[in-house]
Design a protein. Sequence first.
Length: 577
Amino acid sequence: MKKLLLTSCFLASLSISAQRVFTSTGSGDWSTPATWTITDPNANGGVNTVPSNIDDVFVSTSHTVDVSSGNDAVCNNLTTGGSSGGVDLRDGSTLTVEGDVSLGRFDNSLRLFHGTGAPPTLIIKGTITDRRIYLRKVLSNNKWFLISSPFLNAKKSKFLTGSTNTVTNSVANGFTGDGSKTSFASYDDANASGSKYVYTLEASKTSGNLTDAAGYSILLDNSPSNASYTMNGKYHHGATTSVAISDAGNGYNLVGNPYLAYIYANDAANATHNVLLDNNSILDEATIWLWDGDNATWVTVNKSDAAAYHISPTQGFFVKAKTGGGAFTFDKDLETHATNGDVFLKTTNNRFEIDLTISTDKLSRKTAIRYIDNTTTSFDNGYDSSVFGGYSEDFQVYTQLLESTTKNLAIQSLPTKGLETMVVPVGVKAPANSEITFSAKSLNVPAGYNVYLEDKTNNILTRLDEANAAYTTTVTSAITEGRFFIHTSAFSVLSLESELLEGVSIFKTDNSNLRIVGLQQGKVSVSLVNLIGKTVMNSSFKASTVNNIALPKLATGVYIVQLETEAGKLNKKIILE
C-alpha cells in the first residue's frame, strides 16, 4: 500500500513539471494572446496569455509571428515549422530563448529587421539547429560605418549581393579605387598610410567568408531612401568567439561584436566581466574607439566612463594591441539586451567633468577631462585614452598630460585635489588659417570654481562653464600646441599677469633635451641649477609654443629649472637619470 502511494506521488510530480506548449494559431504578434493556443498538461488556465520563459513555443508552418518594435519576447524552447513562416524581430524588440532552438527551414525562420531605431536583439542560451538566421540592417546613405558579422563563418556572397548596394570606385566618398573595388574593406595596420583599408575586389565579392569577430568598413548607396544590407548565417552558440589582433604598424585592429545582442564594454556596464577587462592583458590601452558614421566623429570609451556602455550588435570598433598581440575574445555570457544611454555626460553622474568641443561650420570634435579619485597626472591606462591613431585626421582636439606631450588624449582623467594647480594643455589640429569655436559642457563644477580657456597667443581668458559660452579664433598653423589651456580656478576673475606661467610645461624628453611648452612670444632666459645652488647651464631664446633646449652632459640627480620671461619667473624641478 505504501509502495503504491509513493508511485502515485511520483507520477503527480511528473505531471506538475510537464511543459506548457504555445502553438501559433496563425500569423500575428507575439504579445497578442490570440496568436497562441496552449497545451497545458497541468490544466492551470492561462489561456489568455503569452509565453513566459518556462513555456515552449511552436510556430506552425506558414505562420509568421512578429515581435513588434519595443516589445520583449521570452520562451523556454523554440521550434518553427517546415517550408515557410517563422519569427520576425523588429526595431527595439528582444527575444530570449532560455533553452534550445529548432528551425524547420534552412534559412529565414528567424529574421531580424533593423531599421532606423534601436536594433532588435536575440539571445539563445541553449543550442540551435544547423540553420541560418537572416538580418537586414539600414544605414544612412553615402556614409562610412564600421560593422561586423554576427554569424559563424558567414559567406561573403550572402552579404555583398542581393539588396546590398555597395559603391564601386567611389573616390568622392573617401576611398581610392581603379573601378574594380567595392566600398567594403577589412583593415590592416601593417600597410602604408592611405592603404590600411583593404577593399574587396568587385570580381571576388561573392567568394570566401567573413572573419568571425572581425570588423569591416562599409559605405552604401540606395538614394533617395535609406540604404540597407542583408546577411544570413549560423548563430554563435559556443562559449567564446575570438579574432587574432596584431601589433603590426601602429597596433590598431578593427574587430567587432560577433553576437546578435549588445555586449558589456566597460566597468560601468559590468564591473567584473566586460570586453575591456577580459582582454586587458593584450591591449596597449584599455580603450575602444568607435566611429559614429552619422556624425562623422570618433567615440572613445574606457573604464573612466561613468555611463554604462554596451557595444551594439553588428558594431565594429578599433582596439590597440600590446607587443605580440594575441586572441581578442568575446565571451557569450557578455550578451545583454541593455541599450546605451548618453555616451558622454550622464546627468546621474556626480563627478566633475569637462567635455570640450571645437567646431567649424561642418565638423565638430570632442575631448573629455574627468576628475576622479586615485587617478594621477601621469598616464593611467584605462582612465586615460589616446585619440584614435590608426590613420591621420585633419580636424582634432585633444589634451596632453600636464608634463608630457608624448600622447594626444581623447579622454584625460585627473585627481580631484589641487584643481587650481592642474593647467591642462589643449591641442588643436585644423587646416591652417581656419576659424574654430570652442565650447564646453561642464558637469558638477565644484562650488566656487570656474572653468576657463586660455589663448596664450591672443592673451585671452574665456569662461566656458556658463550657458552658451564660446570662444572663436583663427588658428594660423595646422597643429597648435602650447597655445590653448584649460584652467579650473576658484577666483571669479583671473588675472592674466598672475596666470600666464601656470600653463607652462617644463620636462625632459631625454637626458640631452629640455622641452618648454606654452610660453608666450618674447624673450626668455633659462638656467639649470643643481641642489647645492651651482648654475650648470644658462640659455636665452625667443619663445615659440614648443621650445627644445639642448642639455649639457650632467650627473644623475635633481635639478631646478629657473625660467624668466617678460611675464614673470617660474621654477620647476626635473630629474636626470
